[in-house]
Design a protein around this ligand. Structure first.
Ligand SMILES: [Zn+2]
Length: 1013
């Protein structure tokens, strides 16, 4: 499942390429203002940090206790003896609350369901009235009594329950009289009080009839619509994750209560219907339309599964289908016009390949006979991985190859790869409880890169793009004191929404990748295979995974307790900075190195993280010397400080840590070693791998920002960029530069900085030039050497946004040509940059022209970049007009309004406007987006991340005091970031400008490289 946010880019199913791409998609904002601050272009590109700031839940408590709990409760096997599905966990798994006497007497007062009974099977019949948007149903649930009890407590929310009955399921068992039943809305529960106790080890049948409205909100069973041939057509579809199945039928709505489901749907015959399983084809499967025009569809019984993965839909969509060699039918269903245009063919094609890929990788067959991909116009997430019926918002699955950019296609691809992975990590093996949601989201996010590499090996995503888009990104968030452990305590429903954040997705993926590299691919796969086989159709907690991975290691004589290692990484927030020093203070022989670890934190000025935090760090180290680098050595760091022997060292050799950046930590060195590394980059960068070049840039920049390194180090290091021909280091550099830009753009000496950037960019920019305007044909992007295109795009973006004159002229020429010929000949991959540059440099007529195009465009991706381009104007009147339109006009979709405000804030001319608008309209914004945590966080960070003066800090504090206290974790986090900005200015800005005045030193001997400014 993806975070809750429809706006493309910062969405995605686990943000695939997401943010950074979204970031890059934001385009540059060039501006030539009569000679003054020619480069004060902005930086809507500033994205990097912006992105980072999305969501983040500050839960301080380190839940060490959780591990213990899992050992106590997880993975019980008693159920199997009782005839349950293999690998099923006890329903009580993962809970550790103390139960008070009152709660024992009235178990519905607890936030979790009691464990006295558990469901085995549901017979669910639902009649769907599309004319008045209501539904009615009855459900018969076979429940097994585990402990004698007089209560049956299950979930129901917003349902009108009309009757309940309980019968014993054995010959002559008869009815169990229900004394009373009632709703307990505080916990969304339905309670049955019985006349006598149910007896342990017996099975009973619970029957409930109910009815409800088809929701307008995108939760539970909800409706949606689309236009076709001037008509409005409706569909109704479910979204049960995480806790909304209870809005569609009474059920035991916790992930460990797996059961089988037999569903039948009744609806008017003008619609078709779908569910997780295929419709039964025998005579019983589908009744011909009766005289009333209604039909009934019965679906095959599901395997045991969690309620939140159940799904159904009633719609009049068309479909395309294909099938795998193993006979699994794959269908893509969408609006008839989208199907006719072939917009779904791409996703259908890659899904077929992905099923084969995952089956081979996991050595576990796809479990169901079919997989439907349903493209809906509106959905609260990018996509939802319901087993056998995955639902996608249209923008994340329909592709028009004629107008889509490579980044759009890549993003869409990764959403599909993510959701298909969930068919195993999620649907087949489900996290026991929400505190370990990263067990499914981290895997699906990691496999976005692995699976995409399978589809397009040349993209090299896992070794490259993963670094900037996942690792670097999440280390920004996790380096704040307002971060939280990846496994976090979840007590009630309100906590559950919060756990779907970037820490779960990105840190989860980064930790899994670190582990895969430490173990080696073969053992890692073996461990995953055992894990899936042991827990299929059941639930698992993180300790279950650690156990299987440890066993895999042990099978080859490597005795590593994976759980003991990983608990440090999952139960503690943050990550370490590892400092490597060569021959410290001359006390040891030259072949010794000293290695130390400490908790990395921004805004603490080096060395004041939580001193009690310690990690078991798998540090890889290599030794290099001019033209060659040694093979890597793995060193496990257990203590705060350790000494280790390294061979092949002398005064001229440098040390490099975290080879290929497979580890989730930063590496710092003594200054002499930094100098040697920088000289190496200037002299011959190829000796150091692409991944490490990007890693050195990111580490140096962030270490300096946090006060661990002099400000000159990253700038001197980045001065090797004219020698850099690969995309990834450039991408890492531009992320870092845009962040600096955001801090500096209103300072007096800003030109020193922009000149520095333009100087790094110029050579490579002129060498690469601009792309030809050939439109990508069928599969064009797929075949393209995407790294070259992306590098070209990155350079154009940097050049135009920092004020390269030639870049500006080219962009203006493109826009002029478009206006005069009414033909858009701008290459799709750089349209956003060109539009934004044009709007910022040219007159009001261009703004009107883009506004008009925004109205008339139908392509989703094009519409988005046109809207964002409008925020690039220098004209305060136009920006204000746009801000107001964003909240009042039907033309701007609700989910796009936030992007408008954020992008106005990224424009230096719009910052104050956006910040003021945000405060003035807070009541409206909070009412509209307050519940959607991802959007809410994105908005708050988007309008505050650039604040960096004492005055602005005071304004923010005042705002939080007066209005923002209820806004959740995003406010404290914004405050921490702005405080960090202010502190950076106070302590470091002067040093940075001092260094820039002297300028970088190129290819010079170490004595001349002044790092300390
Ligand atoms: Zn997911």
């Amino acid at each position: 499942m993806g975070p809750r946010d429809l706006t493309s880019g910062v969405t995605a199913s686990g943000r695939r390429m997401s943010e950074q791409w979204a970031a890059s998609v934001t385009g540059g904002r060039p501006r030539v203002v009569g000679g003054e601050r020619p480069a004060s272009v902005r930086k809507r590109l500033v994205a990097a940090f912006a992105l980072s700031v999305v969501t983040l839940v500050a839960v301080a408590a380190v839940a060490v206790a959780l591990a213990v709990r899992f050992q106590e409760c997880g993975g019980g096997d008693e159920e199997e003896e009782a005839g349950g599905p293999p690998g099923t966990d006890r329903p009580s798994g993962g809970r550790g609350e103390r139960v008070s006497a009152a709660e024992e007497e009235e178990p519905w007062r607890r936030s979790r369901l009691p464990d006295a009974v558990r469901p085995r099977h549901y017979d669910l019949n639902v009649a769907v009235h599309m004319d008045n948007f209501t539904f009615s149903g009855d459900v018969g649930i076979d429940v097994e009594c585990l402990k004698a009890t007089r209560f049956i407590v299950l979930h129901a929310d917003r349902l009108e329950v009309s009757s309940v009955a309980v019968t014993a399921k054995r010959p002559g068992g008869g009815a169990v009289r229900v004394q009373r039943h009632f709703a307990f809305p505080a916990n969304q529960m339905l309670v049955l009080v019985l006349h006598r106790e149910l007896r342990a080890s017996r099975t009973y049948r619970l029957d409930v009839t109910f009815e409800a409205a088809i929701e307008d909100e995108l939760l539970g069973f909800f409706r949606s619509s689309y236009g076709l041939g001037g008509q409005r057509r409706y569909l109704a579809v479910t979204q049960f994750s995480p806790t909304h199945a209870r809005k569609a039928f009474p059920c035991f709505d916790e992930p460990a209560f797996k059961a089988t489901f037999s569903l039948s749907l009744r609806h008017h015959a003008r619609y078709t219907s779908l569910s997780n399983m295929p419709a039964l084809e025998d005579a019983a499967g589908e009744d011909a339309a009766g005289e009333d025009g209604w039909t009934t569809r019965r679906f095959a019984r599901t395997p045991p599964m969690s309620t939140y993965y159940l799904a159904w839909a009633v719609c009049d969509f068309a479909s395309r289908e294909t099938s795998t060699e193993g006979g699994v039918t794959i269908r893509l269903l969408a609006r008839p016009d989208a199907i006719a245009s072939g917009a779904g063919d791409y996703a259908l094609h890659i899904t077929k390949r992905l099923l084969a890929f995952y089956q081979d990788f996991f050595k576990v067959a796809y479990a169901l006979p079919k997989l439907d991909l349903l493209a809906v116009p509106k959905h609260p997430y990018a996509a939802m991985e319901n087993w056998g019926l995955s639902v996608f918002v249209e923008q994340k699955i329909l592709l028009d190859a004629q107008v889509s950019s490579a980044s759009y296609q890549m993003e869409l691809t990764m959403v599909v790869v993510h959701e298909i992975c969930h068919q195993w990590f999620g649907d087949l093996v489900t996290p026991l409880w929400w505190e370990d949601v990263w067990l499914k989201e981290g895997f699906a996010h990691y496999f976005e890169y692995v699976g995409t590499d399978f589809l397009f090996p040349k993209w090299n995503m896992e070794k490259q793009r993963f670094l900037t888009d996942v690792l670097h990104e999440v280390m920004l968030l996790d380096g704040l004191s307002s971060s939280h452990p990846i496994s976090q305590e979840v007590r009630d429903a309100a906590d559950i929404d919060r756990v779907f954040d970037w820490i779960a997705y990105k840190k989860g993926a980064a930790l899994i990748r670190m582990l895969a590299n430490v173990m080696g691919q073969r053992l890692f796969r073996k461990g995953l295979n055992d894990y899936l086989l042991s827990h299929m159709y059941g639930n698992a907690a993180r300790d279950d995974l650690w156990k299987k991975l440890s066993e895999a290691m042990r099978s080859e004589g490597r005795d590593i307790d994976v759980g003991a290692v990983m608990d440090r990484w999952t139960l503690q927030m943050g990550y370490p900075v590892v400092t490597i020093s060569k021959n410290p203070a001359g006390q040891l022989a030259t072949r010794y190195i000293s290695v130390s670890q400490e908790h990395f934190l921004y805004g603490q000025d080096g060395g004041r993280g939580n001193s009690s935090f310690q990690w078991q760090v798998p540090l890889t180290v290599a030794v290099g010397n001019g033209s060659r680098v040694s093979s890597e050595t793995l060193i496990w760091i257990h203590n705060k400080t350790e000494s280790h022997v390294m061979s092949e060292m002398d005064d001229k050799t440098w040390l490099l840590g975290n080879i290929n950046q497979t580890g989730y930590f930063r590496v710092n060195y003594d200054l002499q070693n930094w100098k040697l590394l920088i000289e190496q980059l200037h002299a011959d960068p190829q000796v150091i791998s692409v991944a490490n070049r990007a890693g050195l840039i990111d580490d140096a920049f962030n270490l300096a920002r946090a006060g661990y390194l002099p400000q000159g180090v990253p700038l001197q290091l980045m001065a090797y960029l004219p020698e850099e021909a690969s995309f990834l280091p450039w991408h890492a550099a531009s992320r870092a530069l845009y962040q600096l830009d955001k801090l500096l753009d209103r300072t007096d000496d800003y030109n020193l900085f922009s000149d520095y950037v333009l100087k790094q960019v110029a050579t490579r920019y002129h060498q690469m030039g601009w792309p030809s305007n050939a439109v990508n044909g069928e599969g064009g992007v797929l075949q393209a050497a995407y790294q070259t295109e992306e590098l070209q795009r990155e350079l154009i973006m940097l050049a135009c946004s920092f004020g390269n004159k030639q870049c500006h002229r080219q962009a203006v020429a493109y826009i002029s040509d478009w206006i005069s010929s009414n033909k858009n000949r701008i290459p799709p991959n750089i349209r956003d940059v060109v539009y934004c540059t044009g709007v910022s440099l040219m007159d009001e007529d261009v703004w009107e022209f883009i506004w008009m195009k925004f109205h008339s465009s139908n392509a989703v991706s094009e519409k988005k970049i046109l809207l964002e381009a409008l925020t690039c104007s220098d004209n305060a009147f136009l920006l204000n007009r746009l801000l107001n339109l964003s909240l009042t006009s039907e033309l701007v979709a609700e989910q796009d309004a936030i992007d408008v405000i954020i992008h106005v804030g990224r424009n230096p001319r719009g910052r104050n406007l956006a910040w003021r608008f945000f405060r003035d309209k807070w009541d409206v914004l909070d009412a509209r987006y307050g519940e959607a945590l991802f959007m809410n966080s994105k908005l708050i960070s988007g309008v505050t991340e650039f604040l960096n003066t004492e005055k602005e800090l005071d304004e923010l504090k005042e705002f939080i005091r007066s209005s923002g206290e209820g806004a959740g974790p995003a406010m404290p986090r914004a405050l921490e970031i702005v405080k960090g900005n202010v502190r950076w200015h106070r302590l470091h800005r002067r040093h940075l400008y001092q260094w820039l005045r002297k300028g970088p030193v190129r290819r010079s001997p170490p004595g001349d490289v002044s790092l300390a400014a």
